[in-house]
Ligand binder design. Structure first.
Ligand code: ZN
Length: 227
């Protein structure tokens, strides 16, 4: 008997079509990429299937280095994320690192709703730390907007963590251009928002974080309607 077709067969068919289309649109695309990659961007985003980095920003393979995990967390002892950042900054010399959260993030919502997921709860403890840090502010945010507020707070905290890594600190120290950004993606409209926390040297980290946090708090203050 021939093997039963399964859902992955389609993927190979899709892939062959994609490779042929790409080669037709950009003759020599794959052989050129084989030589080297020289992306300018490192995207640190959520693993959520609805937030695919390349597609959202219209970039082809070779243009963006990507690290994704549940709730786009960057912790100081995560060798996986740190290795990606180190390779991106030191070897690829990316000029921009963006931490990208997204609205209605399942990881963030689990934290707010105290849902037990299992092993992932240990990972999400980092997001719980962010919630605890901003608990008083979050309690004052309208309930329907609270998870999006925590998504944004989490972006600012994780972007600040990126700034504090030895990799980024060392790059700035030697005068290398690296700008760290905090962005949020709207699942409801497909649009990226810049949280206006762009940091390009060690002295700016505190002020940039403070300004972005102030803007966030204003946007979510109960007296102001949602934009
Ligand atoms: Zn998410």
């Amino acid at each position: 008997n021939p093997p039963m077709p399964d859902a992955t067969d389609d993927l190979f068919a899709n892939n062959r079509r994609w490779a042929a289309d790409t080669e037709q649109r950009f003759p020599g695309f794959f052989t050129k990429l084989m030589e080297q990659q020289s992306p300018q961007y490192l995207w640190i985003g959520c693993a959520d299937s609805r937030v695919p980095a390349n597609q959202l920003i219209g970039l082809l393979p070779g243009d963006v280095f990507v690290h994704r995990n549940v709730a786009n967390v960057v912790t100081h002892s995560d060798l996986n994320a740190l290795s990606v950042i180190q390779f991106a900054v030191d070897a690829l010399q990316v000029q921009h690192i963006m931490v990208v959260g997204h609205s209605r993030c399942g990881g963030v919502r689990a934290v707010l709703e105290n849902t037990r997921l299992g092993l992932a709860d240990n990972w999400l403890q980092h997001v719980r730390d962010v919630r605890n840090l901003h608990q008083v502010f979050l309690d004052g945010v309208e309930e329907s907007r609270r998870s999006d507020a925590l998504v944004e707070l989490n972006v600012l905290e994780q972007a600040r963590n990126v700034c504090h890594t030895t990799v980024v600190q060392d790059a700035w120290q030697r005068g290398q251009r690296v700008v760290v950004h905090g962005w949020v993606y709207g699942l409801h409209n497909g649009l990226l928002e810049d949280m206006k926390m762009s940091v390009s040297n060690a002295d700016q980290v505190g002020a940039a974080y403070g300004t972005a946090l102030g803007g966030l708090k204003q946007r979510y203050s109960p007296s102001r309607p949602a934009l």
